[in-house]
Unconditional design. Structure first.
Length: 74
């Protein structure tokens, strides 16, 4: 829910591309829309990595994996 709210606040043009998905146990939100470059959305995803699951596309998944490998947090 936090990632959904932040997405709407920080990227208001994303609202038409956000979909609510509910099942018996939980509620989730999906973003399925165009992005100009992976850099901005990648920063958003990495900042909320514990709350976001990247489903695709493969190019974006690889972008995130590469960025995570470059991190020097420890």
């Amino acid at each position: 829910m936090r990632a959904y709210v932040l997405m709407r606040e920080e990227f208001p043009l994303s609202q038409p591309y956000l979909e609510k998905e509910e099942n018996e146990d939980s509620k989730s939100y999906l973003f399925n829309g165009p992005v100009l470059h992976f850099k901005g959305v990648g920063r958003f995803v990495m900042g909320l990595a514990d709350e976001i699951t990247v489903l695709g596309p493969t190019e974006f998944k690889n972008f995130i994996k590469d960025k995570m490998k470059q991190q020097k947090l420890i």
